[in-house]
Design a protein around this ligand. Structure first.
Ligand code: ASP
Length: 308
């Protein structure tokens, strides 16, 4: 039988063990587990990797716990500007959105860009209009309000800091992503985020950039990244891993370890990623104290964790 499986992440950063109460850790783990379990069922029933990826990400976007969809962080101007991307590895089709407001599930919007337009990446108010035209759910500003996020933003504003959501105090955690391999051997990847706390000037991170925060290619791997986006952009992370596998014959593990533990730190970049290759090998390297993550595969592997 051909292997299949799903891996997900909910952001990487300085997670404080001391501030992570048992109850809180359980809430995060329960949501991660629900997301990968639903997606795994889809794969088990013969569903596609892209459907599984979207299914997992929608569950995480709908949770206030993660910095994506409902739980998105505040920008400098007090708005929510979300980025998301999906890619499938068979024909290298991709769709992405940047700086969109009010859309309940940016990952569905990214998928609609992939399936219903000739474009790959669309942005801003016109992207929200496009979502309305395609009957995707639009939410009010109140839907995206969260007391913790609001206070986090106020503090960042006072200190004039642009920060990774996850670095605040470990109470709320980050960007979400999923990678999957289905029974037909097709790989897919997706990532969704509210970006960095207090971001300015319409800043866009690595998440919606194909080949950077999100990438899938049936000949190599599917990758979804999380961390300080500017460094991931400069290191062209996701495509670099795929290229190392194709041209350098590195394994997914070797390639992703070199990028996360050597290339990125050399630039000063912090974060992590999840990856799966065409054989169903899953990797989850990170160079931060923790990364919310989970996986389930047909090889009887199941895992959910936060710290190393
Ligand atoms: N990579 C995201 C960004 O820079 C942030 C994150 O992963 O939390 O927008």
């Amino acid at each position: 039988m051909k292997a299949y499986g799903i891996a997900i992440h909910g952001g990487a950063g300085t997670v404080s063990r001391a501030k992570m109460t048992k109850w809180k850790a359980e809430a995060y783990k329960e949501t991660l587990k629900r997301a990968y379990s639903m997606a795994y069922q889809t794969l088990h029933k013969g569903g596609s990797s892209i459907d599984a990826v979207i299914e997992a990400i929608v569950i995480l976007e709908d949770s206030y716990l993660f910095n994506a969809g409902k739980g998105s962080v505040y920008t400098h101007l007090g708005t929510h500007e979300m980025d998301a991307a999906v890619m499938e590895g068979k024909k290298l089709k991709a769709g992405a959105v940047a700086s969109v407001g009010y859309v309940k599930n940016p990952i569905k919007l990214a998928h609609t860009v992939m399936t219903k337009t000739k474009h790959v990446l669309i942005s801003g108010e016109q992207a929200t209009e496009f979502a309305k035209d395609h009957n995707l759910e639009i939410e009010s500003k109140e839907y995206f309000y969260d007391e913790f996020r609001y206070k986090q933003w106020q503090k960042a504003l006072m200190n004039d800091k642009v920060q990774l959501d996850h670095d605040e105090d470990g109470q709320k955690f980050g960007t979400v992503g999923a990678v999957a391999l289905d029974k037909k051997g097709n790989l897919a990847s997706g990532t969704s985020t509210g970006g960095m706390v207090n971001k300015k000037y319409g800043r866009i991170g690595d998440t919606p950039l194909i080949g950077i925060g999100t990438y899938a290619n049936n000949d190599s791997c599917a990758i979804s990244c999380t961390g300080h986006g500017e460094f991931f952009i400069r290191a062209a992370v996701a495509y670099d891993i795929s290229a190392r596998m194709m041209y350098n014959k590195q394994s997914l593990q070797e390639a992703s370890n070199e990028v996360i533990h050597k290339e990125l730190p050399a630039l000063g970049g912090r974060g992590g990623l999840i990856g799966i290759d065409k054989h169903g090998h899953i990797v989850m390297p990170f160079n931060t104290k923790g990364m919310y993550r989970g996986l389930k595969s047909s090889k009887n592997e199941e895992f959910v964790g936060i710290f190393e």
